[in-house]
Design a protein around this ligand. Structure first.
Ligand SMILES: [Zn+2]
Length: 367
């Protein structure tokens, strides 16, 4: 009798225990299973736990494993509501990265914006963007040759076209001629010398050689590479019935100075600024520039040789340096006779894309 009573009392108790057990197992089953699955999906246990708590389980399970998620969840700056955005970031390992991302998102920058901002701008500039929304900053920094240090100058110069603004300011067109020029220290075939880029004092060119007497007076000099190219060009031209002649090529600083002084006396300053380069600012001092003349027509521009060199010079590495369409950029009134050696590849690109050397240089060489 006593035993039976005990049994009766114990059965409901046991059922209760079992029920509680079932409830515990059932309610623990999903979290455990989810965390287990996340771990199997390569996430760390820590991340998996947080992901589950945040309710992002399905979100992550429906995507490929992203190791950055581990990093984001591990960060003290992680914000659940920004998870969608984090997943599209090109993560960069930097202090305050996620904190800055949060701020940039808050300011109104998109994830794409943030990716490009981080690929192009310094920490200092990024810091500025976390505090203010600059609506057109992306238009600037998307341009390959954007230079952060010129940003204020772009704003000042802005001419309605972002690309041209960046290009022209990089060239220096927002500055006065000869004011505050860059110093060019070393010779190279791609050297840029103009009203914004001055050769250093005592600038030295590599060995120069005289151009063959077949195509010059024998005392006209270029660097070896340029002289060879010129002779090849002149020889091929001759085969086709065109006679070109190197009228003037390498001039050292003193020679350029004398030339400047001479023309100044003869024609005055306005003429000089337009047609004669100041000493230190002349391509002729590099041994890469040559003034060409025709043996058939004293006005080169009217000669058949001019047309031939204009359309064939690039095959030998020469560019028409001061085209009439680019006076605004070169600052030099068209000089039909002045050609510059830059090498075949660059010359070809410039010829085919109708650029002047300043443009090419700013786009591809000015790093
Ligand atoms: Zn010249």
């Amino acid at each position: 009798m006593k035993n039976k009573k005990e049994l009766r009392l114990r059965w409901p108790f046991r059922i209760l225990i079992v029920l509680i057990g079932v409830v515990i197992v059932v309610s623990a089953y999903y979290p455990i299973r989810s965390i287990y699955k996340l771990c199997m999906h390569n996430y760390s246990f820590d991340t998996s736990l947080k992901v589950y708590k945040d309710g992002n389980y399905s979100y992550l399970m429906n995507r490929e494993y992203n190791k950055l998620t581990d990093l984001y969840y591990g960060s003290k700056d992680y914000k659940k509501e920004n998870m969608d955005y984090y997943m599209k970031l090109n993560f960069i390992e930097k202090d305050n990265y996620l904190a800055n991302v949060n701020k940039l998102l808050e300011k109104g920058y998109s994830v794409d914006d943030i990716n490009i901002i981080y690929s192009k701008l310094s920490d200092k500039f990024i810091d500025r963007l976390t505090k203010e929304y600059i609506f057109d900053i992306i238009k600037y920094i998307e341009i390959d040759y954007f230079k952060e240090e010129n940003y204020e100058r772009y704003l000042k110069y802005f001419n309605g076209n972002y690309q041209k603004t960046v290009l022209y300011v990089n060239i220096g067109l927002d500055k006065e001629w000869y004011q505050d020029p860059n110093t060019v220290n070393e010779f190279s075939t791609t050297i840029l010398v103009n009203k914004f880029n001055k050769l250093k004092d005592g600038f030295e060119v590599p060995e120069i050689v005289s151009i063959s007497k077949d195509f010059s007076d024998g005392e006209t000099y270029l660097t070896k590479e340029a002289a060879d190219a010129f002779e090849n060009m002149a020889r091929d031209a001759k085969k086709e019935g065109y006679d070109i002649w190197a009228n003037s090529a390498y001039r050292d600083y003193d020679r350029q100075q004398r030339l400047w002084d001479y023309y100044l006396k003869q024609y005055g300053k306005a003429y000089n600024e337009k047609y004669v380069a100041r000493p230190g600012f002349s391509e002729h001092e590099t041994g890469l520039a040559v003034d060409i003349k025709s043996l058939h027509n004293s006005i080169f521009k009217n000669s058949k040789e001019y047309k031939w060199v204009l359309n064939n010079g690039y095959k030998y590495g020469f560019i028409h340096r001061y085209p009439s369409t680019k006076v605004d950029i070169t600052g030099i009134s068209t000089e039909s006779w002045h050609f510059r050696y830059v090498g075949v590849d660059i010359a070809t690109y410039i010829y085919k894309n109708n650029l002047c050397y300043e443009e090419y240089y700013a786009m591809f060489l000015d790093k």
